[in-house]
Design a protein around this ligand. Structure first.
Ligand code: MF3
Ligand code: CO
Ligand code: CO
Length: 284
């Protein structure tokens, strides 16, 4: 039986109790360990369908449940977003061709230099752990490696902003100003979200914004920060499969996601990499 603890703010954001942090940390650790375990499986010639099969095995072996299978009709345990796919790439489906692609792309196989986000959400004891990271098949081109680094830094700068009394606009502003300072752009069409004993809850966590705007952060709020950063323009479009979101200009896109909780003086990251990794090193 579901027992929702805590109270809701007037913005409808749940304030969780001290004990709830442990539940989130456990779920987050399972999701993050799955992302760690995928590292040796990402290489040129691997397929996104093959990665999905491995993810299903890892979810089963962990004793957790996939949150995405059956979610709004989605049929997979992961989203795998390659190159200019912004988010919600469907594993096993043909990888679309990005702007400077030199490959013909007839299937879901990765080529040397492809960059990909793998996003996994699991449920452990009713708590949702949602995290994603970038990986590289083979060796990233320097501009792709820079995009990945800036995106990861943007996520961490967003998390560094989290503290009671700050606002969601402060988080968005920190991310946006950092990204735009690097002449890259922040996707507006997708955002982070509250979570806990539910997958997607209030608030929408925008990765752009103005300081001092939006709801005020309070201890006990749980949400994701998951900036999508583009090398070109921020506009996106969703393909006919109704899931895959790509950049309109077909330039590369990257994303990292952590689930976090607001503590008395900052943030607890529920989804840190147990192995201290954040994406496949080019040399691995
Ligand atoms: N994990 C994604 C997120 O960060 C949501 C994926 S929903 C799916 O919110 F149905 F596409 F899997
Ligand atoms: Co999310
Ligand atoms: Co996610």
């Amino acid at each position: 039986m579901r027992h929702d603890t805590g109270r809701l703010t007037r913005d409808g954001i749940r304030i969780h109790e001290a004990n709830d942090f442990a539940g989130m940390a456990k779920a987050g650790a399972v999701a993050a360990k799955i992302l760690d375990d995928l590292v040796p499986h990402v290489f040129p010639g691997q397929t996104t369908g093959g990665l999905e099969a491995i993810i299903r095995e890892l979810v089963a072996a962990s004793g957790s449940t996939s949150a995405t299978i059956g979610y709004k009709g989605y049929q997979h345990a992961s989203c795998i977003s390659v190159n200019h796919v912004v988010c919600h790439g469907i594993p096993g489906s043909k990888i679309p061709k990005w702007k400077n692609d030199t490959h013909s792309r007839t299937d879901d196989a990765l080529y040397d230099g492809d960059i990909l986000n793998i996003d996994v959400t699991v449920i452990v004891d009713g708590w949702f752990g949602d995290t994603s990271r970038m990986y590289v098949a083979g060796e990233a081109k320097p501009f792709a490696a820079r995009l990945i680094q800036v995106t990861h830094d943007a996520l961490m700068i967003g998390i560094d902003t989290v503290k009671p009394g700050k606002t969601f606009g402060d988080i968005g502003h920190a991310i946006q100003s950092f990204v735009e300072g690097h002449r890259m752009s922040v996707v507006r069409d997708f955002c982070g979200h509250g979570l806990g004993r539910v997958f997607h809850a209030a608030p929408n966590v925008l990765h752009y914004g103005r300081p001092g705007t939006g709801p005020v952060l309070e201890e006990g709020m749980f949400f994701t920060i998951e900036p999508m950063v583009n090398l070109g323009r921020p506009e996106t479009k969703v393909l006919k499969d109704e899931w895959t979101a790509i950049t309109r200009d077909k330039h590369l896109s990257a994303q990292f996601e952590h689930s976090v909780g607001v503590t008395s003086d900052g943030a607890e990251i529920f989804t840190p990499s147990p192995g201290g990794l954040f994406y496949t090193p080019a040399s691995a």
